[in-house]
Design a protein around this ligand. Structure first.
Ligand SMILES: Nc1ncnc2c1ncn2[C@@H]1O[C@H](COP(=O)(O)OP(=O)(O)OP(=O)(O)O)[C@@H](O)[C@H]1O
Length: 277
């Protein structure tokens, strides 16, 4: 198993319960899209899987490491964290940092301390960083400072960093939200192809339901901190989606703005997917 969550809950310090009774499993190599309205708990769920947040209820394991066993500096943290690659909606990259350093930082947790330190002073694997950036059409930005990039370019640098890292588990939080529809589709397909080639597990939260349904075989709907459904994409129909997004007036967020997609009685129609995804 890549991860198992059993009745996991997360209540924040202010008493707000962001996740409740989450039970979810994934085999190594599975690719899952998380969909749901704003505030549903998708980022919270990814943070628990990434061991950035510790559940306040339930139990689970990520890459065989028990959740809550990842105290800073502890053995479990040192072992599991370098094997998880997180893609943030807005990558937290220092503005003054060069793109090459930001990409190479993907392997800081895997390298010995001397190599990490040396690479911060002078990039040690420029060819590796360039190759990862080239996959996202950004090879020409290798020595550019991060604060000189657009939001979409910065988002793709965050993805290049994870491609360079080659983690066993990729957690992507709205990874293509700043990209135009065509680039978003190409980038999601690149991430999926990379995960497939390496048998890595990929869990991606996606704002656009058409992007999720058209590219992922397993869809997990999250609503009010709970799993609303966990189904193969071809079983996720329009009534289920409209119910999931009821708090947003039932309007489905789509990438391609295809009226055709929205008028279909079920999203599992192959022609619909071909038309919009
Ligand atoms: N540190 C925190 N303290 C209290 N509440 C929080 C905290 N972080 C998140 N929340 C709340 O938890 C809920 C779930 O947030 P989360 O970011 O997981 O949702 P999301 O589904 O990712 O939303 P979006 O699609 O808008 O990014 C929200 O209501 C949010 O306000």
């Amino acid at each position: 198993m890549s991860f198992t969550l059993d009745g996991v809950g997360l209540t924040h310090a202010n008493g707000f319960t962001a996740l409740a009774d989450i039970s979810l499993q994934a085999s190594q190599g599975e690719r899952i899209a998380l969909v749901g309205p704003s505030g549903a708990g998708k980022t919270s769920l990814l943070s628990v899987l990434g061991t950035a947040l510790t559940p306040t209820a339930g139990q689970g394991k990520v890459l065989d490491c028990p959740l809550g066993g990842t105290t800073p500096g502890g053995h479990a943290a040192k072992w599991v964290r370098p094997r998880i690659g997180t893609i943030h909606q807005a990558p937290p990259l220092p503005g003054r940092q060069r793109v090459v350093t930001a990409v190479l930082a993907g392997k800081l947790g895997q390298w010995p301390a001397w190599k990490s330190l040396a690479s911060l002073l002078y990039p040690l694997d420029i060819a590796g960083a360039r190759a990862a950036l080239a996959r996202l059409d950004l090879a020409d930005k290798l020595f550019v400072r991060c604060d000189q990039l657009s939001g979409g370019q910065l988002q793709r640098v965050g993805i290049a960093r994870v491609l360079y890292q080659q983690p066993q588990l990729i957690l992507a939080d709205e990874p293509v939200s700043a990209l135009d529809p065509a680039l978003a589709l190409a980038t999601i397909r690149l991430l999926i192809a990379d995960a497939e080639a390496r048998n890595a597990t990929l869990v991606a939260s996606l704002h656009a339901v058409d992007l999720a349904l058209g590219n992922f075989s397993r869809i997990v709907g999250v609503k009010a901190g709970r799993i609303a459904f966990d189904l193969p994409a071809d079983q996720v129909g329009m009534p289920l989606l409209h119910d999931l997004y009821a708090s947003e007036g039932g309007e489905l967020p789509v990438q391609a703005h295809e009226p055709h997609f929205l008028s279909q009685p079920a999203a599992n129609d192959a022609a619909t997917r071909a038309a919009c995804c």
